[in-house]
Ligand binder design. Structure first.
Ligand code: BTN
Length: 149
């Protein structure tokens, strides 16, 4: 029993230290995706509700691209283990369309944060007969934009 105590103490400290060392993925900050689009998430509140802005590098329209607002939510359940699932909507300020993204915030094998997402882009069509061609689907991978400090 006397010999077991230091062993248990070391084991407990090792497990505790490991718990502290596991990096969590945070949505807050500036991100760039594989298309070159930029996204900034400014606020994430205690309920996981967040807001920010999105500057797309591409558009399905012939309109001039403008910065657009986004709103979303991340899962706050303890089962998320520092790699939360989330969803957000971009309400395009320069077109009639809207995009919903869903994804997960991962920490990869090098400790780098990455957002793996899928999206649905809903364009406006003039009548119900054109509904079939109104929705595009795709994936985007976001990595954190490093600050210049
Ligand atoms: C539009 O063309 O009507 C609005 C811009 C849509 C941009 C799409 S959303 C999904 C994909 N990911 C991006 O970063 N940009 C495109």
């Amino acid at each position: 029993m006397v010999q077991a105590t230091p062993f248990l103490l070391v084991l407990f400290l090792a497990l505790g230290a490991h718990g502290l060392a596991v990096k969590k993925c945070s949505l807050t900050g500036r991100w760039v995706n594989d298309l070159g689009s930029n996204m900034t998430i400014t606020t994430v509140n205690a309920n996981g509700v967040f807001a920010g802005s999105y500057h797309t590098a591409v558009t399905a329209t012939s309109n001039e691209i403008k910065l657009s607002p986004l709103q979303g939510a991340l899962q706050k359940s303890p089962n998320q283990k520092g790699q939360p699932t989330f969803g957000f909507t971009v309400n395009w300020s320069f077109s009639d369309s809207i995009t919903v993204f869903t994804g997960q915030c991962f920490v990869d094998e090098y400790g780098k944060e990455v957002l793996k997402t899928m999206w649905l882009l809903r364009s406006h069509v003039d009548n119900i007969k054109n509904d079939w061609k109104a929705t595009r689907v795709g994936i985007n991978v976001f990595t954190r934009l490093q600050s210049q400090e």
